[in-house]
Design a protein around this ligand. Structure first.
Ligand SMILES: Cc1cc2nc3c(=O)[nH]c(=O)nc-3n(C[C@H](O)[C@H](O)[C@H](O)COP(=O)(O)O)c2cc1C
Length: 299
């Protein structure tokens, strides 16, 4: 059987297939063996309890989904007390996604997670509104991104993986800012801002706008991966529209070291294990290892 392992900085994953935060949970353990995944990645946790956006929060559009879930959360302390032990019970690397509305509260969450122990890495979801910039998402600009990573780096004993946004005007500069402050990896990327109307001309989502995911975002996030792989040296986890082996191979071709799978899991919960099996068969047939697919260009 081919060696599917890859390295994301200092972290070794048994295979390069991870859940995209927000589309995976412990319920999947009733459907398949979740310890087969490269890592477990629960939904983003916020500093305090919050309900998320009102319904309707999800609509199908353009062969994908637009969601305005808004990160309902029990809050970081309740998550650490109640949910983290349930994830720790599984023998798999564990990556916890956090977000916050200031750099300071980001760092508080990271410090609490590091103290809690048992984690492999922390994912910084930088697509949340930045209170100090009138609600503009951190990942849209290099300076607020750098501020969050710097604050978190100062308190973190764990690898920091930064999830960026395809909505940034100059995403390469944002990636460089994150890498420059010591991010260990990038996840490229979150959803694309979008809107959909019903036949009466009313927005279909209660929040009016949401984030487009699935098949239609693949070429966008693939291009982002291709650009950023030429600009920063840290590993990239490709994310957006991965549903098939070819999608995975495309992200590797663009410079990714692993992929995260979201919307495809929502329509077919076992997608990730099928992808792991398909990658294994693909590599076996060629006498290759997953590491052979990682072809970063010289920077
Ligand atoms: C229903 C839903 C909820 C999501 N929640 C989160 C979240 O909590 N944190 C996050 O970083 N990304 C979240 N995302 C974005 C996904 O992790 C992923 O970046 C995006 O959907 C693109 O990947 P995909 O096309 O495979 O879905 C969510 C996406 C969907 C569809």
């Amino acid at each position: 059987m081919a060696d599917l392992s890859v390295r994301i900085g200092d972290v070794r994953l048994a295979n390069p297939v991870l859940p995209a935060s927000g589309t995976f949970g412990l319920g999947h353990a009733r459907i398949f063996d979740i310890t087969r995944l490269g890592a477990l990645v629960p939904k983003t946790v916020m500093p305090d309890a919050q309900p998320g956006h009102p319904a309707p929060r999800l609509t199908e559009e353009a062969g994908g989904l637009i969601n305005a879930i808004g990160i309902p959360s029990a809050g970081i302390r309740a998550f650490i007390a109640d949910t983290l032990p349930l994830y720790r019970a599984f023998d798999a690397p564990l990556v916890i996604s956090v977000s916050a509305d200031t750099a300071e509260t980001f760092a508080e969450c990271v410090a609490l997670l590091c103290a809690a122990g048992g984690l492999t890495a922390i994912e910084l979801n930088l697509s949340c509104p930045n209170l100090e910039a009138g609600g503009r998402a951190f990942a849209l600009d290099p300076e607020p991104t750098a501020r969050v990573v710097r604050a978190c780096r100062a308190v973190s004993t764990l690898p920091l993986w930064c999830k960026l946004s395809p909505n940034a005007g100059a995403p390469g500069t944002v990636a460089e800012a994150a890498a420059g402050e010591g991010a260990d990896a990038l996840i490229l990327a979150n959803t694309m801002l979008a809107i959909a109307f019903d036949k009466a001309g009313a927005p279909r989502l209660a929040n009016r706008t949401g984030g487009l995911s699935g098949v239609p975002v693949k070429p966008i996030n693939l291009r982002l991966t291709d650009e950023i792989a030429r600009r920063v040296a840290i590993p990239i986890i490709g994310c957006g529209g991965v549903a098939t082996l070819q999608d995975m191979l495309d992200y590797f071709a663009a410079g990714a070291t692993a992929v995260a799978v979201g919307t495809a899991t929502l329509s077919r919960p076992t997608t990730m294990v099928h992808l792991i099996d398909a990658l294994g068969a693909h590599l076996d047939a060629r006498g290759m290892a997953a590491q052979d697919l990682v072809r970063r260009r010289a920077i």
